[in-house]
Write a new protein. Structure first.
Length: 356
């Protein structure tokens, strides 16, 4: 009996260190590779760790690296990098960058190379206004409420996510950051912004059809002779492709865009938040008529017109192929192309009749 008790005691002495090591190992794993013992937010309370964790393709411990970097004098101008790190073999540190700044209201459609291509971005509206795009749907933005707009322009939360992130989860994160930022700045109205439950898929490129570029009857090709290179008259099926998001004015899609590969990018939006930001931006003023219609805007190719009582923004940007051919005989002028676009698209949208 005494011998059995001794063996049991010895077993307990051997087992205790093993259990202790196991507990330490589990604790270390939970501490280093999960958010179990982490706070609910990072970046000064602007980023939910749960929302960020849902964006990262693999699990890890979420932190905010150097914390929130704010610009003096504006609580809606900041930058923060969120990291997901793990000590598990084969895992890399993932990073999400979130920032906020003030932009000219038509920033999604201007050709400065910073924002996702509007023809391939997934726009959303309703509970929140924004878009997710980029090669891997890894770049996105969300507008803050109109009450956050100042003379410097509307406020925008922008983000970059790791490749392979889910676009819906990314849109949800950016929407949540926008809500928290607006609430912190005292300009949140009407409750939290609501993220989209789903996003439209990016459209696939298709051949340009002469005389109905971007699916708009009467819209000519934005290049030499008004025809697709190498196709002659009629339907173009050559190398030039277009990427188009439905049709202008399509139900449920207030933002429309089309990129004619290398030549031009057209855009139309009736999204109230975007148009409101455009009209509130510095430099927005009355412009000369476009296609005979009264307009206001930043210049004669970034304008807002009245279309069946709905303020509607039109823009057109030009690509390298057009610029290379701009001086060639038969190449239409930029303003003529834009006028034709507003004329053709405006008919579908009920824009006001040309002035006599």
């Amino acid at each position: 009996m005494a011998e059995g008790s001794g063996r049991a005691a010895l077993g307990r002495k051997v087992l205790a260190p093993v259990v202790a090591v196991g507990v330490l190992a589990v604790g270390a794993h939970l501490w280093l590779n999960t958010d179990l013992f982490a706070g609910d937010t990072v970046c000064g309370g602007l980023v939910s760790t749960d929302a960020a964790d849902a964006v990262f393709p693999s699990s890890g411990r979420v932190s905010d690296r150097d914390g929130l970097d704010e610009r003096p004098g504006d609580r809606l101008s900041f930058d923060c990098t969120v990291e997901s790190s793990s000590f598990l073999p084969g895992t890399d540190t993932g990073r999400i960058r979130v920032s906020a700044a003030r932009e000219r209201g038509d920033f999604p459609f201007t050709d400065d190379g910073r924002w996702p291509n509007p023809a391939t971005a997934s726009f959303f509206s309703g509970g929140a206004g924004g878009a997710v795009g980029g090669i891997g749907a890894d770049h996105g933005w969300v507008l803050l409420p109109a009450r956050c707009t100042t003379q410097a322009g509307p406020a925008v939360v922008e983000g970059y996510a790791p490749e392979g992130s889910g676009p819906v989860e990314f849109a949800r994160l950016l929407t949540d950051v926008a809500t928290r930022a607006a609430e912190r700045a005292g300009c949140l109205t009407g409750g939290p912004l609501v993220a989209p439950a789903a996003l439209p898929a990016a459209p696939a490129p298709r051949p340009v059809r002469d005389g109905a570029v971007c699916g708009i009857e009467g819209l000519g090709f934005p290049g030499p002779g008004g025809r697709t290179p190498g196709t002659g008259a009629g339907t173009g099926s050559g190398a030039v492709k277009e990427t188009v998001t439905g049709a202008p004015g399509e139900s449920g899609r207030p933002t429309w865009a089309c990129e004619v590969e290398g030549y031009a990018t057209y855009a139309v939006t009736r999204e109230p938040r975007i148009v409101e930001g455009i009209r509130a931006s510095t430099g927005f003023t009355t412009q000369p008529p476009v296609a005979g219609r009264p307009v206001s805007g930043f210049d004669t190719r970034h304008v807002v017109a009245d279309c069946a009582g709905v303020p509607t923004y039109f823009s057109m940007e030009f690509g390298r192929s057009y610029q290379d051919a701009a001086d060639a005989p038969g190449t239409p002028r930029r303003q003529d192309l834009f006028d034709d676009f507003v004329e053709a698209a405006g008919k579908r949208l009920g824009c006001s009749a040309p002035t006599s």
